[in-house]
Design a protein around this ligand. Structure first.
Ligand SMILES: Nc1ncnc2c1ncn2[C@@H]1O[C@H](COP(=O)(O)OP(=O)(O)OP(=O)(O)O)[C@@H](O)[C@H]1O
Length: 316
């Protein structure tokens, strides 16, 4: 069943900015759906419309088959949104925070206690029960915030950049939690992220947005297949060296600005082995001190850069 359906959605702000420009996407029930896009692509605007805090200029938004227009209260009882700022009260204990949340959603007390105990155990929050919430790390506060938002048994959970600013351990604990929410409760999860690795690890479906419109939507593998060709990667000892030799190789290898990444030059291979041989010859003839050269499979980051860079080809 379709959880969220957005068709030809347009949002024009009073300032004249068109933040969403005919966006269409589908989120299936029980999946983890990630929305990726550069700053200003329209992700927050879309979340604000889906969570009923903004009304669209035109287009259709349905949640579980029902048109959301004018039904804010009904929709809000089915969803939860974890924004970047946590809704935790650091003067209350972990359990007081959870019980307070259940009162907001009018969950009967005995049911709320059962649900709280289940969530605490499911997400490994029991080891923090005796500590003051104000001493929790950012990662644990974020996990508690998500647990609070699950007290109301939402059908859809919106997560706005759930791991921003976290170290790798906290990020992995969060990924584990997000997968458990889908697997154990069947909750549909709609998240935004700037981390391609996160989208790749977590998502059943990824949608890449640009300028208020979808560019591509599909599984991580489908997106990777979109490039359909291997890439040539030349590594240098540092970023500066890569920049210098990028200029020297630009014309000969028909490189684009987006082909320069940190200490590497990455470009699509048009003629496989013969491109590799030509490039090695060129590097040796010009005495360019490269560290390595290899043919690699495109990553999700390569797909993202290829689809969102200005001169991209239209998606077939
Ligand atoms: N309240 C507003 N009034 C006018 N323009 C706005 C408003 N909110 C956002 N915008 C503009 O709409 C466009 C989309 O913004 P939005 O915040 O939805 O993008 P985003 O993808 O969430 O960006 P980021 O990743 O930086 O959070 C941008 O050009 C932004 O400046």
């Amino acid at each position: 069943m379709t959880a969220i359906y957005v068709n030809d959605l347009v949002k024009k702000y009073k300032s004249g900015v068109v933040a969403l420009n005919g966006l269409t996407l589908t989120v299936r029930e029980g999946e983890i759906f990630s929305l990726l896009g550069e700053n200003g692509a329209g992700k927050s605007t879309l979340i604000n419309i889906l969570t009923t805090y903004l009304s669209p200029t035109s287009g259709t938004v349905t949640l579980f088959g029902k048109d959301t227009y004018g039904k804010a209260a009904e929709i809000r009882s089915k969803i939860s949104c974890v924004a970047q700022r946590t809704s935790i009260d650091t003067h209350l204990s972990l359990t007081e925070n959870m019980m307070f949340q259940s009162k907001l959603y009018k969950v009967p007390k005995s049911e709320a206690v059962n649900r709280m105990e289940m969530l605490i155990s499911c997400f490994g929050l029991d080891k923090y029960l005796n500590d003051s919430v104000s001493t929790y790390s950012g990662g644990v506060k974020r996990r508690l915030d998500i647990a609070l938002n699950l007290m109301s048994k939402p059908n859809v959970l919106f997560l706005d950049e759930p791991t921003v600013g976290m170290d790798i351990q906290s990020r992995m604990a969060m990924w584990d939690m997000v997968k458990k929410i889908r697997n154990n409760f069947g909750t549909t999860i709609f998240l935004t992220t700037h981390y391609l690795e996160e989208a790749d690890q977590l998502s059943d479906t990824i949608c890449i947005m640009k300028n208020g419109k979808e560019v591509i939507q599909g599984s991580p593998n489908l997106l990777r297949e979109h490039l359909r060709q291997d890439m040539l990667q030349i590594s240098f000892s540092g970023k500066k060296e890569a920049e210098n030799y990028f200029k020297a190789l630009k014309g000969a290898l028909a490189l684009k600005e987006s082909d320069l990444r940190q200490n590497k030059i990455l470009t699509s291979l048009k003629r496989g082995q013969s491109d590799l041989e030509k490039t090695i010859r060129l590097l040796l003839e010009h005495g360019i001190p490269f560290l390595g050269i290899e043919i690699i499979q495109p990553t999700l980051e390569d797909v993202f850069i290829s689809l969102t860079s200005e001169n991209r080809k239209e998606v077939s």
